[in-house]
Design a protein around this ligand. Structure first.
Ligand code: SAH
Ligand code: SF4
Ligand code: F3S
Length: 457
């Protein structure tokens, strides 16, 4: 474990001195998952320590960072489109600093694409060296260097300042990287090997957050269920949940994401602890054993259904959400039927659905794929229709029920307040500013498409 180095602190001070009084502003565009959201919070923390202030308006910014995602092709295309927008901005304001970082930059071909084709990008770095941001900004700003620095893998860096977006709930990383190598997935290549933070560092961070008024934490990792690998003394995710559950003043604990192969009975048991919320994001990916095997997921449809039974038995009001992929190479109509059957049997509360996107360097990218895009889209629509019907019916059935919500704040574009139930369902209702941060029962009056409407009782 490392903490922010002396060298970087030195750089931080130099930038601070150089930009003092100049009112420089930064903007960060984040793509991808909560890992990236949280990395952006850390980069915001570093930039603010350097003396930059945040602006939501790109055109007013003096430094713009793109924190990129490589998980599917459309994520990458969006990033390219957004970086393209920087050209006129940079032409109008030559001193503007444009940086690109995150998962896409961990891939050689993407690093080169940005470096060679986007001359107005001043700074390129990856997922393993964001703690060096002060030094990179120093070099671009003061030495007029173009900085391109990617490292293949890194260790956990503790002690970075963090600017968080929310004042009621917060993300806390408990592990980085992924060792699962699902055959379609780029994440193990962009995030490196699994590394767990020590329980001491995690507990200290959460205690600090609770002191600042945070009521809910989401423990983050690509596969939190394998937390603890390599730590001495030995600890697993169930142990960690017990220790976090004991933190006084903390009200709610969530975690993301769980891999079905590592969801042990011990862990399901720990999910019955009072502060651990009755919800789990448990990506199934497919309901076909043949496809699951080709995906290197290491469980079968029957295993998955068995886990769902256990979860529902131990935690009756649990919400189960998932990720599903259609169009993996070699997938047939029957395989899609198996996935649809899984959806019907589990009755997911929600699921993210994706069309398979080949990723350079992953094993699946080399598989022959004879299914046309059109067929894939038809199958996708067929699956989505079944899923939507189930999700909407479950949603509708919540009308009239009372849920405990944690009141998060006012909505951006309306007078309504919003909160989340224990299951993480979004509810809007009217409330007062002093209700923010409170746990209150809410009766659901109407199920809307993506949220529930309710009233405090
Ligand atoms: N670590 C998490 C998920 C990370 S990526 C987990 O394993 O649960 C989020 C989701 O993106 C995955 O669950 C998968 O459904 C989807 N995904 C990943 N790679 C993909 C690809 N190449 N094409 C389509 N979807 C993909
Ligand atoms: Fe990707 Fe699989 Fe790791 Fe999730 S568990 S990040 S899908 S390799
Ligand atoms: Fe994307 Fe990287 Fe997350 S590839 S999904 S931002 S870990």
């Amino acid at each position: 474990m490392k903490s922010i180095t002396h060298h970087h602190n030195q750089a931080l001070r130099e930038v601070y001195q150089a930009i003092r009084g100049k009112k420089l502003q930064y903007h960060i565009s984040t793509f991808g998952c909560q890992m990236n959201d949280h990395d952006s919070e850390k980069m915001a923390g570093l930039l603010e320590t350097m003396g930059y202030t945040y602006t939501a308006d790109e055109t007013a910014a003096d430094l713009i960072l793109f924190n990129t995602c490589a998980v599917r092709e459309n994520a990458e295309l969006r990033v390219f489109g957004n970086i393209g927008r920087m050209k006129p901005l940079k032409a109008a304001k030559p001193e503007l600093i444009v940086g690109v970082c995150g998962c896409m930059m961990q891939q050689d071909h993407m690093k080169h694409a940005i470096k060679d084709k986007y001359s107005y990008v001043d700074l390129v770095f990856g997922t393993h060296n964001l703690s060096a941001l002060p030094d990179y900004v120093r070099r671009v700003l003061l030495e007029k260097e173009r900085v391109v620095e990617i490292i293949a893998d890194g260790s956990i860096v503790e002690g970075l300042p963090v600017v968080r977006n929310l004042d009621v709930k917060a993300f806390v990383t408990i592990m980085q990287g992924c060792d699962n190598f699902c055959s379609y997935c780029i994440v193990p290549y962009t995030r490196g090997r699994e590394k767990s933070r020590t329980p001491e560092a995690i507990l200290e961070e959460i205690e600090g957050l609770v002191e600042q008024g945070i009521k809910e934490v989401t423990l983050l990792g690509q596969n939190v269920n394998s937390y603890g690998k390599g730590l001495v003394p030995a600890i697993d995710f169930a142990d960690l949940l017990h220790r976090v559950n004991a933190i006084e003043g903390l009200e709610r604990i969530r975690f993301m994401t769980s891999h079905p192969k590592d969801l042990t009975d011990r862990l399901i048991e720990a999910m019955t602890l009072d502060k651990v919320m009755p919800t789990i994001h448990l990506p199934a990916q497919s309901g076909s054993d043949k496809i699951l095997q080709a995906m290197n997921r290491k469980y079968t449809k029957a295993d998955y259904l068995g886990l769902v039974d256990k979860l529902r038995q131990m935690i009756p009001d649990i919400a189960i959400t998932s990720d599903l992929i259609i169009g993996f190479p070699g997938e047939t109509e029957e395989d899609v039927d198996d996935t649809i059957d899984l959806i019907r049997r589990v009755e997911f509360d929600a699921a993210f659905t994706f069309i398979y996107s080949p990723r350079v360097g992953t094993p699946a990218a080399g598989l022959p794929d004879e299914t046309s895009e059109r067929t894939k889209h038809e199958r996708f629509d067929r699956m989505l229709a079944v899923l939507n019907e189930i999700v909407i019916a479950k949603h509708k059935a919540r009308e009239g029920r009372v849920f405990e919500v944690l009141i998060e704040g006012k909505q951006e574009r309306s007078a309504a307040y919003q909160g989340r139930t224990k299951q993480d369902f979004l509810v809007t209702f009217s409330a007062k500013p002093e209700d923010i941060g409170q746990l209150r029962p809410v009766r659901i009056t109407k199920a809307r498409k993506f949220s529930l409407e309710g009233e405090l009782v």
